[in-house]
Ligand binder design. Sequence first.
Ligand code: SF4
Length: 59
Amino acid sequence: MKVTIEDGCIACGACESICDAVFTVDDVATVNEAEVSNNEDCVKEAAESCPVSVIKVEE
Ligand code: SF4
């Protein structure tokens, strides 16, 4: 699974709240790629919960 953050993150913190092993939010969200494979369920949940839909998940 490949996870990217497109431009437009508003740093709301939702993704980090849902899946903090993978997402870290400072000025914008960033992805810890090393943890994606261990956390696919919460990555998907975070992507669905992002209010501006900038988390892109490729299977
Ligand atoms: S949920 Fe979306 S808008 Fe909110 S911090 Fe994460 S990537 Fe940014």
